[in-house]
Ligand binder design. Sequence first.
Ligand code: G3H
Length: 542
Amino acid sequence: MSDFKDQLQAMFVPEEQIPAEHRIEEIHQREYLVNGEMRQWSGEVSEVYSPVMIPQADGNYKRKLIGTYPVCTETEAMEAMDAALHAYDNGRGEWPTMSVADRIKCMDKFVYKMIEQRTLIVKLIMWEIGKSYADSIKEFDRTVEYINATIDGLKDIDRQSSRFEMAEGLVAQIRRSPLGVVLCMGPFNYPLNETFTTLIPALIMGNTILFKPPKHGTLLHYPLLQAFKDAFPKGVVNTVYGRGAVVTPGLMATGKINVLAFIGSSKVANDLKKRHPKVNRLRAVLSLDAKNAAIVTKHADLKLAVSECILGALSFNGQRCTAIKMIFVHKKVADEFLKLLSAAVDAMKPGLPWEKDVKLTPLPEPHKPDYLKECIDDAIANGAKVMNEHGGVTAESFVFPAVVYPVNEKMKLYREEQFGPVIPVVPFEDIEEPIKYQIDSPHGMQVSIFSNDAKEISSLIDPFVNLVSRVNINSQCQRGPDVFPFTGRKDSAEGTLSVHDALRSFSIRSLVATKMNDTNKQLINEIVNDNDSNFLSTKYIL
Ligand code: G3H
């Protein structure tokens, strides 16, 4: 055991042993974007420490400092708010009234400039949150694909709206219009991708944005501020730096935020929503807590179940909202499943993010190793065991995944969203047991069912589709492909995200209607022929 700990500890090497192309220069951000200006900051800053630790001369290990960023106050947050309100100008601003084709041109320019920053942003994702190099590249490229798909999605919507509809003697043109000022806050685990899955659709629909980067994964947005500045009219994208608890409640309390786009905990989301003085004016697009379960029945292909459960439970060390955070296994196959699962977990490659084929990396949240230990200790105290040889072995910011069995309702791991490399496994005899678990759970995002018996699967599909929002058969839980709807029930989400759904979530239908008589027909024809309105228009984007 201690040999293995030493082996893990040895992954943290002196800086000169890190491959030159992956070393990082400190970045000290002293500016932020508000009202089309990069404003200088000379106040308090926050230090950004990587989960990658460096051995020190005294024999201790220290998280590597990778830079600093401004800790702005409520004053700067309110300035950002004013800029966003001004740019929206009650829907009369340049951006909300701009034609869809012109908004798309701005977005194309942004993507072009974003791609120029790919190398630096990928490096920052690795260093700030410890995501592997391969997954950091994937996160960047998936985000670019998402933006391009969003542009195509908007073109589709616009084409469908470029016509008149007639009913009951009236003629109307129906389009989707922006909602106003959107406060966007993303999570640390997909700091670029998930933030942009709300920010980009909100932006392209004509809203103006207050963008607060996540606590871990802040610096990686710095290289994009200039791109936002260059690509969009002033005041359309404004940044809010500072401690969330200090800067966001006041913004909500103004009552001037029209949409809260937040990916994080339901507790914070509820607290923010309650600050808004007129909740009826606030639309919320939220992706929140989840504890997705896998159910391995006695008819499952165990090898497949193990490989999918590993992907589901341990991709990015289990730090995904969609991760499998609980496994129910039928008693008859439990021993075999646990043997295969434990061996597969122990065979996973730990290391620093840039190491070839690395699967497990250090954790960005400083308190996480202690919290995971607390969960494992609590499970052991309540009768469970760590089943895999290396489970729970910790070296500084790195925790080797633990398969914990048998988990029961007395344990933290039964209820809490561990958001890290611990796999709780619960034995069951009657299929009603996992169904009951889902009914009693505060979460309702996804489930994975492992079975090769069609009758058994179908008997589970019907109850589960009404308890969660996606039932995965013989495959892990996941958000993608991004064209599929991503949502959840209970405390797991509000609203739906997908390329198409997000465009709808950040807009409202508006229509122009009139009675069909000769005068009105002539008026409409004149407006359309003279291109006088961006809304009332039959122009077709190809
Ligand atoms: O953290 C939650 C993400 O939306 C998960 O996305 O399932 O594609 O990893 P993913």
